[in-house]
Design a protein around this ligand. Sequence first.
Ligand code: AMP
Length: 414
Amino acid sequence: MASKFQAPRGTFDVLPAQARARAVVERVAAELFARAGYEPIQTPIFEDTDLFERGVGKSTDIVRKEMFSFEDKGERSLTLRPEGTAPVARAYLEHGMHKLAQPVKLCYGGPFFRHERPQAGRYRQFHQLGAEAIGTDSPLADAEVIMLLADLLGELGVPGVELRLGSLGSLEARREYLEELRSHLRKNKRKLSADVRERIDLNPLRAFDADDEGTREVMASAPMLVDQLAGEDAEHFAEVRALLDAAGIDYTIDGSLVRGIDYYTRTIFTFDCDVLGAQSELGGGGRYDGLIEQLGGPSTPAVGWACGIERILLALNEEVAAPGRDAFVAIAAEGQRQRAMALTRELRRAGLSAEVDLAGRGLKGQLKHADRLGARQVLILESDGSAQLRDMESGEQRSADTANLVAELTGGGA
Ligand code: AMP
């Protein structure tokens, strides 16, 4: 029955079996967010392109190569959101949330879009869950959001999780460090890949991410910002580490850690999973004290993360069984159709899961279908108006009083 149409490259259909596993992840996350006081926010699927150019940074791969941008009929450039933090920061400003008690703690989930080369764990439409604490520079907030993601992955039972922690320092410290890094790169220019060489001025940090041998060799002797943190940057990083230590959260310090987005300052982190292949990063984030100002707002410190639902599902590699049904209403004679619909509705309204035959099967076929659906009981409506209730596990059948149907089915009846 294949048609010539397929889901576009790098996208996928979420079929019911996978949707069940996703719903578990989303429910666990929603409960965790609620317990920690992170309130849901939803922003549009597309935004002004300019928001991401300014927010994510023009030198990043996301903005240079990966955005799905288009013009609307008014010739405005719009972009399918490639990430969630810039939109949330935009909403924070637009709705004057800086006037609320700070920090404002928000969480979100939904589809995101990047024009990347599709492979396992890397898609063009993917789904993220994220959390942001906006309006505080306290290291407690850094530790809280990191704990939140650690607890999410822990509660879901994701195996082989490793937390890596780094710090990019404040914007000023970073500026000085970037000059030092640039000069190291320039000195070793010949050994660098063309891509890294081209971006020495624009985005030298990305050199830490390169996987060609030449660049790697140069980076092995590169100066590291975590080794040079001073003053408040150093204190902040030490306190985040002490808070994680006290909470019993394991991590390794990684001076070569960089993120694909420009807005990060001070703390950055990633959670990797050792059972995933090349795309091993489950999620990550960090502090972005300059972003809101960059978007035209007042200077507002903030910290947050995003994690990929598909990567979590790949790491869990678990199926969630179909839930079965409390009841199936079988129509033994055509004249019983209206009654069957009414009784099915009554059961559903009472909070039970119930299905009725929609396909005109014979009674035998209906019982078979009820079994396939995992129905625990089948109500058989006979032509004379009587009804039988069949327990699908024991095969026992008894006459049922449809005037007290819910009680009959839940065992609370006469
Ligand atoms: P980022 O917004 O780049 O920090 O990514 C946060 C998380 O989103 C990553 O750790 C991945 O789990 C997930 N992610 C990012 N890009 C993709 C993609 N193209 N396909 C699937 N998951 C992705």
